[in-house]
Design a protein around this ligand. Structure first.
Ligand SMILES: C[S@@+](CC[C@H](N)C(=O)[O-])C[C@H]1O[C@@H](n2cnc3c(N)ncnc32)[C@H](O)[C@@H]1O
Length: 408
């Protein structure tokens, strides 16, 4: 690299660190120093310097059908995960899902008395990461090729474990390989919602996860792979997506959707900057048995909310979350429910849950995702999230007023 481009890489890196600090994605001195020191462009050969220091993911491998298989994750997300993981000097860290960049940042934070093991199911990825890590001066990161759901038994216990691929379950091996006061950060798909969870051990046999930042990741491959989120096309440019729970009948819902839409308003108003959706969507995913998200091009159904609006259904009725401005107050919006079909009760049930969230949980600590058995003492409103092989996952809302949602 020429002297000029080395200088501009350093300037671009410094600008990225400033932006991440201003956005409060980086908050600690350790993570600041690591981001300032590790040259991201070295992990992205063939990508221009400007793009290497843009706050975006760069896809490094795709399947034949175009699906992304591997990437160097977006700096804002890498920074958020590092801050949540809170690695300390001297820690042993296991990263599931490699790329090299995050492993180098981790290596910088844990220092010469710590260690970093980075594993990936794809030998192309570990091979590439090894070359880039060496080039960036981090040749002592241990790279392992294999399925991440087994962890890396040779080398445990780990003080910190970070998963950088989307999981739908928690592998028992991850819990078994962590120290008693270990910490684990996992991007999860829960009823189709992508959320970042930070887990700590509450007591023997019970782990507690929270955080809930919205995030997307490439899907897990190998034995931990799960069906993609199911999709049905209801009309031109209108898709309903759901992930477990009561499945819709797409043909009947498409017919319902052609009927004229009606609306029910909840009386619950929020400010545009309150950021209520991240938690509200989780509340609806907990309390509605039929839960999915409606995605549209804005011209198809203009009132559908960005990023996919929470939706529910009955046999012949589709209902979904909408907002309208509050008359005379440009800063506030009211939540409501648009519905098509024959059963007004489907929309009323959503409106009732909007009011329950407003009354019992708005502005509160939010839910906890327990791994293991959460008892009724710890929560009133719960939903079991994993039906498959791994440890039991229970999404639980703190005890407050009576909860009209399902119980264990
Ligand atoms: C988003 S990339 C990781 C990004 C990386 N940590 C970085 O430094 O930016 C996700 C990686 O997970 C890997 N992966 C997918 N399924 C896996 C599995 N079962 N075990 C281990 N790695 C897996 C993919 O091959 C891909 O390289």
């Amino acid at each position: 690299m020429s002297e000029t481009s080395a200088a501009s890489a350093a300037e671009l890196r410094a600008a990225l660190v400033r932006a991440l600090r201003e956005a409060r994605r980086i908050t600690s001195p350790q993570v600041t120093e690591a981001f300032a020191a590790v040259p991201r462009h070295v992990f992205l050969p063939g990508t221009g310097l400007e793009d290497a220091y843009r706050d975006d993911a760069v896809f490094t491998k795709r399947a034949a059908d175009g699906r992304p298989l591997s990437s160097v994750s977006a700096p804002w997300l890498v920074a958020t995960m590092l801050e949540r993981l809170a690695p300390r000097a001297g820690d042993r860290v296991l990263e599931v899902g490699s790329g090299g960049y995050n492993a180098a940042l981790l290596r910088h934070v844990v220092g010469s008395t710590g260690s970093v093991t980075s594993m990936d199911i794809d030998p192309d990825v570990t091979g590439r990461a090894e070359v880039c890590l060496k080039q960036a001066g981090f040749s002592d990161v241990r790279l392992v090729t294999g399925d991440g759901t087994t962890g890396v038994p040779d080398g445990f216990p780990y003080d910190r474990l970070v998963v950088t691929v989307q999981a739908t379950e928690i592998a028992s091996a991850w819990l078994d390989q962590l120290t008693g006061d270990g910490r684990m950060v996992v991007p999860m798909r829960l009823r189709g919602l992508g959320r970042l969870l930070t887990f700590t051990r509450e007591r023997a046999g019970l782990w507690r996860g929270d955080g809930w930042e919205q995030c997307g990741f490439v899907a897990m491959q190998g034995p931990g792979a799960r069906d993609p989120v199911a999709t049905a096309v209801l009309a031109d440019g209108v898709r309903l997506r759901w992930d477990g729970g009561a499945a819709p009948d797409p043909v009947r819902l498409a017919t319902a959707f052609r009927a004229e839409g009606r609306e029910v308003w909840s009386g619950v108003t929020v400010t545009a900057t309150e950021g209520s959706r991240a938690v509200l969507d989780l509340w609806l995913a907990t309390t509605l048995d039929a839960f999915g998200r409606l995605h549209t091009s804005s011209s198809a159904v203009p009132q559908v909310l960005p990023g996919g609006t929470p939706a529910t259904w009955g046999p012949d009725t589709l209902a979904y979350l909408v907002m309208r401005p509050v008359h005379g107050d440009a800063t506030r919006f009211e939540y409501g429910v648009a519905w098509h079909g024959s059963d007004a009760g489907v929309a009323e049930a959503v409106a009732e849950q909007l009011r329950a969230w407003d009354r019992d949980h708005r502005g509160g600590p939010g839910p906890v995702l327990y791994i293991g058995a959460a008892s009724d003492d710890e929560a009133t409103c719960v939903r079991r999230m994993s039906e498959r092989s791994g440890p039991r996952l229970v999404l639980a809302w703190p005890r407050s007023a009576a909860c009209s949602g399902p119980r264990l």
